[in-house]
Design a protein around this ligand. Structure first.
Ligand code: AMP
Ligand code: ZN
Length: 517
C-alpha cells in the first residue's frame, strides 16, 4: 500500500475524511486482505442511459480503481432498478417501466432486459470494470421481509400503500442540502401522509388497475417503493456498515436521505453523528454533466447517449477522458468541441505510449510477459522486474508519488492525467520501467493505453459517404501523382475527397494524413 492516506469527501459530514476500511484485513494473511465495499446506485432500465448517467459510473469506477491502487480488494455493486417506478421522485405519477412497455408494445420484463443489456454495453465501452449488477426484482422477497421488520415502529398504511414516517428517525434529511419548497410540493400530494417527506415503502396496485410487475405482500398486491431496494441490496450484498455509497448529486436530496432513514430503522440505530449508522461510512456524490440545449433530458427525443457520440465518429473513451479531466464534484458542461479536445488528448497519450511500447525491449518479449505489471508498486518498482533489477530514477519515483497524492486527494484525476503525461515525456527511462509505470497509472485511469492504437481513435462518423479503404486508395494514388509532379491530378483527388467530407492533412504535427468531418 502506498503512503499518502486516501481522503474522500463525505457528503454526510461535508468534509474530507481519511478512508478507514470497515474490513482492514489481517496483515500477513493473504486470505484476509484489506477490503473495500462499495455500492453505487444504478439505472432504472426503462430507457437508454444518457451520458450524464454514465458520468456517475465513470466516477464510481474511478473510485473503485483507486481503492484497488491503494491495495484494497474491491467488492463493488451497481444495482439494476428493473421494478417499475414512478415518473418523479414523488409518490405519484405513471410507472416508467409500464409506460415504456405500452409505448414499445413489449412486456415490462423485456423492456428491463433490453435496457440493462444496453447499459452494460455502454459500461464496457467506457472500460468500467465488471461489477455485480443485482436486479431489484430478484430481491422483492427480501424487501418485503425488511418492510415487515421496520413497519411496526416506523411505517403507517394508507389506501395507496405503506409509508415511512420520517419523524421516527433522528436527523432525517441531514444529507440533503435543502428540503426545497419545490421538493416538498412534489411529495405532499398523497392524501393522508403524516409528514410531507414521508415516502412509500410499498405501493399497492389501485383496485381498478392491473400491473405487469406486482407481488403479493402483507399490504396487498403491489410493488416495493424505489428507495427500499438499495437499502436491501446494500445490506444483503455488502453488509452494514459498508464502506462507500455513491450516486449522482440528485440522490443526495431525496433518494439517499430516504435510504438512510430506512437503514436507521432497520439497524435500530438512531442519530447520524456516527456516520456508520447510515448504513455506509462514506456517502459520495458526483456532480452533473450539463448541456445547454436540453439534450440531456430523456424526454427530448434524440437525447445524448454514448451511441450518439459513437455515431458521430467519437471513440467512447474520449468521453471517459472528458469526465476524468474534470473533478467529479464539479459540474461539467458537455460540448462537442470539449469532446474533440478530450479525444485529441487521448490520441496524444496513445501516440506517446506506443513509441516506447512498440520499441524492442532489451529483455525480449517473453520476459516482458513474465513481469507481474499489475502488482508493481512503488517499493517493488526496482526489484520485481524479473532477471535484472532496473533502478528507476528519482524523477520516476517523484512522479509516482505525485500520481498517488493526486488520487488520494479526493480523486483528483485531472492532476493524475497531467502526471501521466509528464511521465511519458521523461527522457532516459528504461523501457521496462516505462511500461510498468504506464500500465499501473493506466490501471486507475482506465483507458487501456497500450491496447489502443491511434487508428482506433480516428473520428469515424456513421454518416460518412466513403470508406476508409477508399480514402486510403485515393491518398495512395495522390502520392503517386505528387511524386510524378502531376499536381493537377493530386489537387483533383484532394477536391474529390473534400466533397465527401475528407480533409487531407498534409504536414499534420501528429502525423495524421486525413480526417473525416
Ligand atoms: P437514474 O437512472 O435517473 O436513476 O440515474 C442513474 C445515475 O445517474 C444516478 O446516480 C443519477 O444521480 C445520475 N445522473 C443522472 N443525471 C445525471 C447527470 N446529468 N450528470 C451526472 N449524473 C447524473
Ligand atoms: Zn439507490
Amino acid at each position: 500500500m502506498t503512503d499518502t492516506p486516501l481522503k474522500l469527501f463525505n457528503s454526510l459530514t461535508r468534509q474530507l475524511e481519511e478512508f478507514q476500511p470497515v474490513h482492514p484485513g489481517v496483515v500477513g494473511d493473504p486470505a484476509q486482505p484489506p477490503e473495500a465495499r462499495v455500492y453505487s446506485c444504478g439505472p432504472t432500465v426503462y430507457n437508454y442511459q444518457h451520458i450524464g448517467n454514465m458520468r456517475a459510473y465513470v466516477f464510481a469506477d474511478t473510485l473503485g480503481r483507486t481503492l484497488q491502487w491503494k491495495g484494497y480488494k474491491l467488492t463493488h455493486v451497481i444495482n439494476i432498478t428493473d421494478v417499475g417506478h414512478l415518473t418523479s421522485d414523488a409518490d405519484e405519477g405513471e410507472d416508467k417501466m409500464e409506460k415504456m412497455a405500452a409505448r414499445e408494445g413489449k412486456s415490462a420484463w423485456d423492456i428491463a432486459k433490453f435496457y440493462q443489456e444496453d447499459f452494460e454495453r455502454d459500461l464496457a465501452r467506457l472500460n468500467v470494470q465488471p461489477k455485480q449488477h443485482p436486479r431489484a426484482t430478484e430481491f422483492v422477497e427480501a424487501m418485503i421481509a425488511w418492510a415487515e421488520r421496520i413497519a411496526p415502529r416506523h411505517c403507517y398504511e394508507l389506501e395507496s400503500g405503506l409509508y415511512f414516517d420520517v419523524s421516527t428517525v433522528a436527523d432525517y434529511g441531514r444529507l440533503a442540502r435543502a428540503v426545497t419548497d419545490e421538493g416538498e410540493g412534489r411529495i405532499e400530494s398523497v392524501e393522508g401522509k403524516r409528514n410531507a417527506a414521508d415516502f412509500a415503502i410499498w405501493r399497492k396496485t389501485p383496485p381498478v388497475e392491473t400491473r405487469q410487475m406486482e407481488w403479493d405482500s402483507p399490504w396487498g398486491k403491489g410493488a416495493p417503493g424505489w428507495h427500499l431496494e438499495c437499502s436491501v441490496m446494500g445490506e444483503a450484498l455488502l453488509g452494514f456498515p459498508f464502506d462507500i455509497h455513491t450516486g449522482g448529486i440528485d440522490h443526495r436530496e431525496i433518494h439517499h436521505p430516504n435510504e438512510i432513514a430506512q437503514n436507521q430503522a432497520y439497524c435500530c440505530t438512531n442519530g447520524l453523528d456516527d456516520a456508520r449508522n447510515s448504513g455506509a461510512k462514506i456517502w459520495m456524490h458526483n456532480n452533473f454533466l450539463v448541456e445547454r440545449s436540453g439534450k440531456m433530458s430523456k424526454s427530448s427525443g434524440e437525447f445524448l447517449r454514448l451511441q450518439l457520440l459513437i455515431d458521430k465518429g467519437f471513440h467512447p473513451l474520449a468521453y471517459r477522458m472528458m469526465c476524468l479531466q474534470a473533478h467529479y464534484r464539479s459540474e461539467l458542461e458537455f460540448s462537442w468541441e470539449g469532446l474533440e479536445a478530450a479525444l485529441v488528448r487521448l490520441k496524444r497519450m496513445v501516440i506517446a505510449v506506443s513509441r516506447f511500447a512498440d520499441s524492442a525491449s532489451p529483455l525480449g518479449p517473453d520476459q516482458m510477459d513474465l513481469i507481474p505489471l499489475d502488482t508493481i508498486d512503488r517499493a517493488s518498482l526496482s526489484t520485481v522486474i524479473i532477471g535484472q533489477p532496473i533502478k528507476p530514477s528519482e524523477a520516476v519515483l517523484e512522479l509516482w508519488d505525485k500520481f498517488d497524492a493526486a488520487l488520494s486527494d479526493d480523486l483528483n484525476t485531472s492532476v493524475a492525467l497531467t502526471v501521466l503525461e509528464n511521465f511519458v515525456s521523461l527522457p532516459d527511462i528504461h523501457n521496462v520501467v516505462r511500461r510498468a509505470v504506464v500500465d499501473r497509472f493506466d490501471s486507475v485511469l482506465g483507458f487501456g493505453l497500450t491496447s489502443l492504437t491511434r487508428a482506433d481513435l480516428r473520428i469515424r462518423p456513421k454518416s460518412a459517404q466513403i470508406t476508409e479503404a477508399e480514402i486510403e486508395a485515393a491518398l495512395a494514388e495522390r502520392k503517386v501523382a505528387r511524386a510524378a509532379k502531376d499536381f493537377a491530378r493530386s489537387d483533383a483527388l484532394r477536391d474529390e475527397l473534400a466533397a465527401k467530407g475528407v480533409e487531407v492533412m498534409d504536414g499534420d504535427p501528429l502525423g495524421w494524413e486525413w480526417k473525416l468531418s
